[in-house]
Design a protein around this ligand. Structure first.
Ligand code: FNR
Length: 397
Protein backbone atom coordinates (compact mmCIF):
# COMPACT_ATOMS: atom_id res chain seq x y z
CA UNK A 1 0.00 0.00 0.00
CA UNK A 2 2.94 2.31 0.72
CA UNK A 3 4.22 1.65 -2.76
CA UNK A 4 0.85 2.51 -4.33
CA UNK A 5 0.62 5.65 -2.18
CA UNK A 6 4.16 6.79 -3.07
CA UNK A 7 3.34 6.09 -6.70
CA UNK A 8 0.70 8.80 -6.47
CA UNK A 9 3.46 11.35 -5.84
CA UNK A 10 5.68 9.87 -8.52
CA UNK A 11 8.14 8.07 -6.23
CA UNK A 12 9.28 4.79 -7.67
CA UNK A 13 10.52 1.87 -5.55
CA UNK A 14 14.26 1.25 -5.25
CA UNK A 15 13.90 -2.04 -7.14
CA UNK A 16 11.13 -3.60 -9.17
CA UNK A 17 8.18 -5.04 -7.29
CA UNK A 18 8.28 -7.99 -9.70
CA UNK A 19 10.12 -10.89 -8.02
CA UNK A 20 11.27 -12.30 -11.36
CA UNK A 21 13.30 -9.12 -11.98
CA UNK A 22 15.21 -9.22 -8.66
CA UNK A 23 17.76 -11.83 -9.81
CA UNK A 24 18.33 -9.83 -13.00
CA UNK A 25 19.22 -6.72 -10.99
CA UNK A 26 21.39 -8.75 -8.60
CA UNK A 27 23.34 -10.45 -11.36
CA UNK A 28 24.16 -7.10 -12.97
CA UNK A 29 25.42 -5.71 -9.65
CA UNK A 30 27.92 -8.37 -8.50
CA UNK A 31 30.90 -10.35 -9.82
CA UNK A 32 30.30 -13.54 -11.82
CA UNK A 33 31.92 -15.46 -8.94
CA UNK A 34 29.59 -14.02 -6.31
CA UNK A 35 26.60 -14.55 -8.61
CA UNK A 36 27.67 -18.18 -9.18
CA UNK A 37 27.81 -18.68 -5.42
CA UNK A 38 24.44 -17.06 -4.83
CA UNK A 39 22.50 -18.72 -7.62
CA UNK A 40 24.39 -21.95 -8.16
CA UNK A 41 22.64 -25.24 -7.51
CA UNK A 42 24.14 -28.64 -6.77
CA UNK A 43 25.12 -30.69 -9.86
CA UNK A 44 22.87 -29.95 -12.84
CA UNK A 45 20.65 -27.74 -10.64
CA UNK A 46 17.76 -30.16 -11.13
CA UNK A 47 16.80 -29.99 -7.44
CA UNK A 48 16.64 -26.22 -7.72
CA UNK A 49 14.44 -26.52 -10.81
CA UNK A 50 12.23 -29.05 -9.00
CA UNK A 51 11.80 -26.56 -6.16
CA UNK A 52 10.08 -24.08 -8.46
CA UNK A 53 8.17 -26.75 -10.45
CA UNK A 54 6.70 -28.05 -7.19
CA UNK A 55 5.07 -24.66 -6.56
CA UNK A 56 3.61 -24.58 -10.05
CA UNK A 57 1.91 -27.93 -9.54
CA UNK A 58 -0.34 -26.47 -6.86
CA UNK A 59 -2.99 -23.89 -7.73
CA UNK A 60 -4.89 -21.68 -5.34
CA UNK A 61 -8.71 -21.75 -5.50
CA UNK A 62 -9.93 -18.29 -4.38
CA UNK A 63 -13.25 -17.71 -2.63
CA UNK A 64 -15.60 -14.76 -3.30
CA UNK A 65 -18.04 -12.70 -1.20
CA UNK A 66 -16.63 -14.06 2.07
CA UNK A 67 -17.27 -10.80 3.92
CA UNK A 68 -13.70 -10.76 5.23
CA UNK A 69 -12.59 -7.14 5.21
CA UNK A 70 -9.54 -7.24 7.46
CA UNK A 71 -6.24 -9.01 6.95
CA UNK A 72 -3.69 -10.29 9.42
CA UNK A 73 -0.52 -12.29 8.92
CA UNK A 74 -0.13 -13.02 12.64
CA UNK A 75 1.39 -16.43 13.23
CA UNK A 76 2.27 -18.64 16.18
CA UNK A 77 5.73 -20.20 16.09
CA UNK A 78 7.29 -22.08 19.02
CA UNK A 79 4.29 -21.12 21.12
CA UNK A 80 4.83 -17.38 20.57
CA UNK A 81 3.09 -14.84 18.40
CA UNK A 82 4.97 -13.40 15.41
CA UNK A 83 3.76 -10.57 13.15
CA UNK A 84 4.04 -12.79 10.08
CA UNK A 85 5.11 -16.31 9.08
CA UNK A 86 8.13 -14.95 7.18
CA UNK A 87 11.64 -15.69 8.50
CA UNK A 88 15.00 -14.69 7.03
CA UNK A 89 16.82 -17.91 6.17
CA UNK A 90 20.41 -18.27 7.33
CA UNK A 91 22.63 -17.13 4.47
CA UNK A 92 26.41 -16.92 4.84
CA UNK A 93 29.09 -14.68 3.34
CA UNK A 94 26.83 -11.69 2.68
CA UNK A 95 29.79 -9.36 2.15
CA UNK A 96 30.52 -10.98 -1.20
CA UNK A 97 27.12 -9.65 -2.32
CA UNK A 98 27.37 -6.17 -0.81
CA UNK A 99 29.87 -4.45 1.51
CA UNK A 100 27.08 -3.73 4.02
CA UNK A 101 26.71 -7.51 4.44
CA UNK A 102 24.74 -9.24 7.18
CA UNK A 103 24.29 -6.09 9.26
CA UNK A 104 22.30 -4.51 6.43
CA UNK A 105 20.00 -7.52 6.22
CA UNK A 106 19.57 -7.63 10.00
CA UNK A 107 18.54 -3.95 9.89
CA UNK A 108 16.13 -4.61 7.03
CA UNK A 109 14.54 -7.49 8.98
CA UNK A 110 14.24 -5.36 12.12
CA UNK A 111 12.45 -2.66 10.10
CA UNK A 112 9.70 -5.11 9.15
CA UNK A 113 9.67 -7.39 12.22
CA UNK A 114 10.97 -10.45 10.39
CA UNK A 115 13.20 -12.75 12.52
CA UNK A 116 16.79 -12.75 11.31
CA UNK A 117 18.73 -16.02 11.37
CA UNK A 118 22.45 -15.53 11.98
CA UNK A 119 24.40 -18.04 9.87
CA UNK A 120 27.52 -19.78 11.20
CA UNK A 121 29.08 -18.84 7.84
CA UNK A 122 28.46 -15.11 8.26
CA UNK A 123 31.02 -12.57 7.17
CA UNK A 124 30.36 -10.58 10.37
CA UNK A 125 30.40 -11.71 14.01
CA UNK A 126 27.31 -12.83 15.95
CA UNK A 127 27.67 -9.84 18.24
CA UNK A 128 27.89 -7.24 15.45
CA UNK A 129 24.87 -8.67 13.64
CA UNK A 130 22.85 -8.68 16.86
CA UNK A 131 23.76 -5.05 17.52
CA UNK A 132 22.69 -4.08 14.00
CA UNK A 133 19.23 -5.61 14.48
CA UNK A 134 16.57 -4.60 16.97
CA UNK A 135 16.06 -6.21 20.39
CA UNK A 136 12.31 -6.30 19.67
CA UNK A 137 12.74 -8.51 16.60
CA UNK A 138 13.35 -12.19 17.39
CA UNK A 139 16.76 -13.49 16.48
CA UNK A 140 17.63 -17.07 15.50
CA UNK A 141 21.05 -18.73 15.30
CA UNK A 142 21.98 -21.31 12.67
CA UNK A 143 24.65 -23.81 13.63
CA UNK A 144 27.07 -25.58 11.36
CA UNK A 145 27.80 -28.10 14.03
CA UNK A 146 31.50 -28.54 14.81
CA UNK A 147 32.77 -32.15 15.05
CA UNK A 148 32.58 -33.98 18.39
CA UNK A 149 36.16 -33.24 19.44
CA UNK A 150 35.23 -29.56 19.18
CA UNK A 151 32.20 -29.71 21.47
CA UNK A 152 33.85 -26.95 23.50
CA UNK A 153 33.69 -24.67 20.44
CA UNK A 154 30.04 -25.60 19.91
CA UNK A 155 29.29 -24.65 23.50
CA UNK A 156 31.08 -21.34 23.04
CA UNK A 157 29.05 -20.57 19.89
CA UNK A 158 25.81 -21.46 21.67
CA UNK A 159 26.58 -19.23 24.61
CA UNK A 160 27.56 -16.33 22.32
CA UNK A 161 24.31 -16.78 20.39
CA UNK A 162 22.25 -16.91 23.59
CA UNK A 163 23.97 -13.81 24.98
CA UNK A 164 23.28 -12.04 21.68
CA UNK A 165 19.56 -12.65 22.21
CA UNK A 166 19.00 -15.69 19.99
CA UNK A 167 16.29 -17.97 21.38
CA UNK A 168 15.83 -20.34 18.46
CA UNK A 169 18.66 -22.61 17.31
CA UNK A 170 18.56 -24.07 13.80
CA UNK A 171 21.06 -26.88 13.40
CA UNK A 172 21.70 -27.50 9.72
CA UNK A 173 22.12 -31.20 9.04
CA UNK A 174 22.34 -31.22 5.23
CA UNK A 175 25.70 -29.48 4.89
CA UNK A 176 28.32 -31.51 6.75
CA UNK A 177 30.28 -30.99 3.52
CA UNK A 178 29.71 -28.54 0.69
CA UNK A 179 27.79 -30.11 -2.21
CA UNK A 180 29.07 -30.51 -5.79
CA UNK A 181 28.61 -26.96 -7.03
CA UNK A 182 29.85 -26.56 -10.60
CA UNK A 183 29.58 -22.75 -10.67
CA UNK A 184 32.01 -22.43 -7.76
CA UNK A 185 34.24 -25.24 -9.02
CA UNK A 186 34.50 -23.64 -12.47
CA UNK A 187 35.32 -20.26 -10.93
CA UNK A 188 37.69 -21.95 -8.50
CA UNK A 189 35.80 -19.93 -5.95
CA UNK A 190 35.12 -20.81 -2.35
CA UNK A 191 34.36 -17.55 -0.55
CA UNK A 192 35.41 -18.98 2.82
CA UNK A 193 39.10 -19.27 2.05
CA UNK A 194 39.87 -15.58 2.46
CA UNK A 195 38.18 -15.63 5.83
CA UNK A 196 34.93 -14.05 4.56
CA UNK A 197 32.62 -16.77 5.76
CA UNK A 198 34.64 -17.65 8.84
CA UNK A 199 34.22 -14.58 11.03
CA UNK A 200 32.09 -16.37 13.59
CA UNK A 201 34.68 -19.11 14.00
CA UNK A 202 37.74 -16.89 13.79
CA UNK A 203 36.30 -14.50 16.36
CA UNK A 204 35.52 -17.30 18.80
CA UNK A 205 37.75 -17.23 21.89
CA UNK A 206 37.62 -21.01 22.42
CA UNK A 207 38.49 -21.67 18.77
CA UNK A 208 41.35 -19.19 18.93
CA UNK A 209 42.82 -20.66 22.08
CA UNK A 210 42.54 -24.23 20.86
CA UNK A 211 43.71 -23.93 17.28
CA UNK A 212 45.63 -20.70 17.00
CA UNK A 213 47.48 -20.32 20.27
CA UNK A 214 50.50 -18.72 18.61
CA UNK A 215 48.73 -17.13 15.72
CA UNK A 216 48.57 -13.42 15.37
CA UNK A 217 45.03 -13.76 13.97
CA UNK A 218 43.58 -13.31 17.42
CA UNK A 219 45.72 -10.34 18.26
CA UNK A 220 46.38 -8.47 15.05
CA UNK A 221 43.72 -6.45 13.31
CA UNK A 222 45.06 -7.34 9.84
CA UNK A 223 46.44 -10.86 9.66
CA UNK A 224 48.42 -11.78 6.55
CA UNK A 225 46.56 -13.64 3.78
CA UNK A 226 48.51 -16.80 4.66
CA UNK A 227 47.55 -16.60 8.33
CA UNK A 228 43.96 -16.01 7.39
CA UNK A 229 43.90 -19.00 5.06
CA UNK A 230 45.44 -21.31 7.69
CA UNK A 231 42.98 -20.13 10.35
CA UNK A 232 40.01 -20.40 7.98
CA UNK A 233 41.00 -23.93 6.98
CA UNK A 234 41.17 -24.99 10.62
CA UNK A 235 37.72 -23.54 11.20
CA UNK A 236 36.19 -25.14 8.09
CA UNK A 237 37.59 -28.52 9.06
CA UNK A 238 35.83 -28.20 12.37
CA UNK A 239 32.52 -26.68 11.27
CA UNK A 240 31.93 -28.81 8.15
CA UNK A 241 32.29 -31.80 10.36
CA UNK A 242 31.96 -34.73 7.99
CA UNK A 243 29.75 -37.76 8.43
CA UNK A 244 30.50 -38.46 12.08
CA UNK A 245 27.23 -37.10 13.53
CA UNK A 246 24.11 -39.20 14.12
CA UNK A 247 20.62 -38.52 15.51
CA UNK A 248 21.65 -39.58 19.00
CA UNK A 249 24.19 -36.73 19.11
CA UNK A 250 21.31 -34.25 19.16
CA UNK A 251 20.94 -34.94 22.88
CA UNK A 252 24.12 -32.87 23.35
CA UNK A 253 22.48 -29.82 21.79
CA UNK A 254 19.17 -30.53 23.49
CA UNK A 255 20.79 -30.50 26.92
CA UNK A 256 22.94 -27.45 26.21
CA UNK A 257 20.39 -25.14 24.60
CA UNK A 258 17.61 -23.61 26.69
CA UNK A 259 15.72 -22.19 23.75
CA UNK A 260 13.88 -23.84 20.87
CA UNK A 261 15.85 -26.48 19.00
CA UNK A 262 15.14 -26.95 15.30
CA UNK A 263 16.70 -29.30 12.74
CA UNK A 264 17.13 -27.70 9.31
CA UNK A 265 17.39 -29.77 6.15
CA UNK A 266 14.67 -32.41 6.47
CA UNK A 267 13.17 -34.00 3.34
CA UNK A 268 11.79 -37.31 4.61
CA UNK A 269 9.08 -38.18 7.11
CA UNK A 270 11.44 -40.73 8.71
CA UNK A 271 13.90 -37.97 9.53
CA UNK A 272 11.07 -35.73 10.77
CA UNK A 273 10.20 -38.49 13.25
CA UNK A 274 13.85 -38.76 14.30
CA UNK A 275 13.76 -35.05 15.11
CA UNK A 276 10.54 -35.51 17.08
CA UNK A 277 12.05 -38.38 19.05
CA UNK A 278 15.19 -36.35 19.74
CA UNK A 279 13.04 -33.79 21.53
CA UNK A 280 13.31 -31.02 18.93
CA UNK A 281 10.85 -28.14 18.96
CA UNK A 282 10.69 -27.96 15.21
CA UNK A 283 12.10 -28.83 11.81
CA UNK A 284 12.81 -26.92 8.63
CA UNK A 285 11.74 -28.88 5.59
CA UNK A 286 14.48 -27.70 3.25
CA UNK A 287 16.84 -28.92 0.55
CA UNK A 288 19.10 -25.92 1.09
CA UNK A 289 17.64 -24.16 -1.93
CA UNK A 290 18.84 -27.02 -4.17
CA UNK A 291 22.49 -26.21 -3.39
CA UNK A 292 23.53 -29.48 -1.79
CA UNK A 293 22.34 -32.49 -3.77
CA UNK A 294 21.13 -32.98 -7.32
CA UNK A 295 18.21 -35.03 -8.67
CA UNK A 296 16.01 -34.60 -5.61
CA UNK A 297 12.34 -33.74 -5.15
CA UNK A 298 11.10 -30.19 -4.97
CA UNK A 299 10.98 -29.26 -1.31
CA UNK A 300 7.25 -28.38 -1.47
CA UNK A 301 6.38 -31.80 -2.84
CA UNK A 302 7.58 -33.54 0.34
CA UNK A 303 5.80 -31.11 2.68
CA UNK A 304 2.26 -32.65 2.77
CA UNK A 305 3.48 -36.13 3.66
CA UNK A 306 5.82 -34.87 6.39
CA UNK A 307 3.08 -32.61 7.79
CA UNK A 308 0.65 -35.57 7.94
CA UNK A 309 3.08 -38.03 9.53
CA UNK A 310 4.24 -35.47 12.06
CA UNK A 311 0.73 -34.40 12.88
CA UNK A 312 -0.40 -37.98 13.59
CA UNK A 313 2.64 -38.80 15.70
CA UNK A 314 2.81 -35.61 17.67
CA UNK A 315 -0.88 -35.73 18.49
CA UNK A 316 -0.17 -39.13 20.03
CA UNK A 317 2.92 -37.81 21.82
CA UNK A 318 1.14 -34.68 22.94
CA UNK A 319 3.97 -32.60 21.50
CA UNK A 320 3.54 -29.76 19.03
CA UNK A 321 6.50 -29.25 16.76
CA UNK A 322 6.79 -26.08 14.72
CA UNK A 323 6.97 -26.97 11.04
CA UNK A 324 9.03 -24.53 8.98
CA UNK A 325 9.60 -24.71 5.26
CA UNK A 326 12.06 -23.34 2.70
CA UNK A 327 13.52 -23.78 -0.78
CA UNK A 328 12.00 -22.05 -3.76
CA UNK A 329 9.73 -19.39 -2.27
CA UNK A 330 9.78 -16.40 -4.60
CA UNK A 331 6.48 -14.59 -4.01
CA UNK A 332 3.49 -14.29 -1.69
CA UNK A 333 1.54 -17.04 -3.44
CA UNK A 334 4.43 -19.48 -2.94
CA UNK A 335 4.44 -18.74 0.78
CA UNK A 336 0.65 -19.19 0.91
CA UNK A 337 0.88 -22.58 -0.77
CA UNK A 338 3.47 -23.81 1.75
CA UNK A 339 1.33 -22.54 4.64
CA UNK A 340 -1.79 -24.14 3.18
CA UNK A 341 0.04 -27.46 2.87
CA UNK A 342 0.95 -27.51 6.55
CA UNK A 343 3.91 -25.19 7.22
CA UNK A 344 3.64 -22.90 10.26
CA UNK A 345 6.30 -20.53 8.95
CA UNK A 346 8.45 -20.03 5.86
CA UNK A 347 12.09 -19.09 5.33
CA UNK A 348 13.28 -17.07 2.37
CA UNK A 349 16.92 -17.09 1.20
CA UNK A 350 17.92 -15.91 -2.25
CA UNK A 351 15.22 -13.26 -2.87
CA UNK A 352 16.45 -11.11 0.03
CA UNK A 353 20.04 -11.60 -1.16
CA UNK A 354 19.01 -10.36 -4.61
CA UNK A 355 17.75 -7.22 -2.92
CA UNK A 356 20.93 -6.85 -0.88
CA UNK A 357 23.15 -7.39 -3.92
CA UNK A 358 21.22 -4.90 -6.04
CA UNK A 359 20.65 -2.11 -3.50
CA UNK A 360 22.14 -2.85 -0.05
CA UNK A 361 19.98 -2.52 3.05
CA UNK A 362 17.29 -0.63 1.14
CA UNK A 363 17.10 -3.41 -1.44
CA UNK A 364 16.84 -6.15 1.19
CA UNK A 365 14.11 -4.25 3.01
CA UNK A 366 12.28 -3.62 -0.26
CA UNK A 367 12.20 -7.35 -1.04
CA UNK A 368 10.93 -8.20 2.45
CA UNK A 369 8.23 -5.51 2.26
CA UNK A 370 7.17 -6.73 -1.18
CA UNK A 371 6.94 -10.35 -0.03
CA UNK A 372 4.90 -9.38 3.03
CA UNK A 373 2.57 -7.10 1.07
CA UNK A 374 2.17 -9.64 -1.72
CA UNK A 375 1.35 -12.38 0.81
CA UNK A 376 -1.11 -10.19 2.69
CA UNK A 377 -2.89 -8.91 -0.41
CA UNK A 378 -3.01 -12.39 -1.92
CA UNK A 379 -4.56 -13.73 1.29
CA UNK A 380 -7.16 -10.97 1.14
CA UNK A 381 -8.13 -11.30 -2.51
CA UNK A 382 -8.31 -15.03 -2.02
CA UNK A 383 -11.12 -14.30 0.39
CA UNK A 384 -9.54 -14.76 3.80
CA UNK A 385 -8.63 -12.56 6.71
CA UNK A 386 -6.05 -14.69 8.46
CA UNK A 387 -3.68 -17.52 7.72
CA UNK A 388 -5.40 -19.98 10.05
CA UNK A 389 -8.31 -20.09 7.60
CA UNK A 390 -6.20 -21.38 4.72
CA UNK A 391 -5.76 -25.12 4.32
CA UNK A 392 -5.11 -27.87 1.84
CA UNK A 393 -8.69 -27.76 0.54
CA UNK A 394 -7.93 -24.28 -0.86
CA UNK A 395 -5.43 -25.79 -3.30
CA UNK A 396 -5.77 -28.08 -6.33
CA UNK A 397 -2.97 -30.19 -7.67
C1 FNR B 1 22.32 -20.55 1.93
N1 FNR B 1 21.75 -21.42 2.86
C2 FNR B 1 22.36 -21.61 4.08
N2 FNR B 1 21.79 -22.43 5.01
C3 FNR B 1 22.35 -22.60 6.23
O1 FNR B 1 21.80 -23.33 7.05
N3 FNR B 1 23.50 -21.92 6.55
C4 FNR B 1 24.13 -21.09 5.67
O2 FNR B 1 25.15 -20.50 5.98
C5 FNR B 1 23.57 -20.96 4.38
N4 FNR B 1 24.17 -20.17 3.44
C6 FNR B 1 23.55 -19.94 2.23
C7 FNR B 1 24.17 -19.10 1.30
C8 FNR B 1 23.52 -18.80 0.11
C9 FNR B 1 24.15 -17.86 -0.86
C10 FNR B 1 22.25 -19.37 -0.16
C11 FNR B 1 21.50 -19.03 -1.41
C12 FNR B 1 21.67 -20.24 0.74
C13 FNR B 1 20.44 -22.07 2.60
C14 FNR B 1 19.30 -21.19 3.06
O3 FNR B 1 19.25 -21.10 4.46
C15 FNR B 1 17.93 -21.70 2.59
O4 FNR B 1 17.79 -23.05 2.96
C16 FNR B 1 17.76 -21.58 1.08
O5 FNR B 1 18.34 -20.40 0.59
C17 FNR B 1 16.27 -21.60 0.76
O6 FNR B 1 16.05 -21.60 -0.59
P1 FNR B 1 15.75 -20.27 -1.46
O7 FNR B 1 14.80 -19.41 -0.63
O8 FNR B 1 17.08 -19.61 -1.67
O9 FNR B 1 15.17 -20.83 -2.68
Amino acid sequence: EDIYRLGLVGKKPVLSTNPTLWPVAAKAAITPEAWGYLEGGGGTSSTMAANSTAFNRWKIIPRMLTGNNSRSLKTTLFGQEYPSPLIMAPVGVNKIFHPEGEEAVAKACAAVGVPYTISTASSTTIEDIATAGSPETPRFFQLYWPRSQDNDITLSLLSRAWNAGCRVLLVTVDTWSLGWRPADLDHSYIPFYNGTGCQIGLSDPVFQKKYLPNSSTANKSTPSPEELTTASLAWLQSAFSGTSRTWTDLSFLRSNWKGSLVVKGIQSSTDALHALEAGCDGIVISNHGGRQYDGAAGSLSVLPEIADVLHNKQTAAGQKMTLLFDSGIRCGADALKALALGADGVLVGRPVMYGLAAAGREGAEHVLRCLLADLEINLGVMGYSDLGQVGRSDLRE
